[in-house]
Design a protein. Structure first.
Length: 108
């Protein structure tokens, strides 16, 4: 009986790991080292966000037009979702007159 149970658990293991592929990708953008009071600091933050968005919206087959369209939609939707966080971090740093907070930006 234990051999049957072990076999059943092994058979289910790949299915369980495959289900995590459907979870949305996430990338964390750290901001604590940036001086968001300056234009240069804001530019560095935007570059980090750009890279994070590209990681989240990674395209497997860039030669397929449908995949490209889906990738572009992912990028634009991800930017729309992350911009309020970016604006809040910048505004907070400027109001406090100090570097960005230690709270990172989560890109999904």
């Amino acid at each position: 009986m234990s051999h049957i149970l072990s076999f059943a658990l092994l058979a289910l293991a790949p299915a369980a790991s495959a289900s995590t592929d459907t979870e949305p990708a996430t990338s964390i953008v750290h901001t604590a080292d940036l001086d968001l009071r300056s234009a240069q600091g804001v530019l560095r933050l935007q570059r980090r966000v750009d890279r994070a968005v590209q990681r989240v919206c990674r395209i497997a087959n860039p030669t397929n037009p449908m995949v490209l369209r889906i990738g572009r939609e992912c990028v634009s939707g991800t930017y729309l979702r992350v911009q309020p966080q970016v604006a809040s971090v910048i505004q907070s740093a400027r109001q406090r007159g100090q570097l960005a907070s230690a709270a990172p930006i989560t890109v999904r």
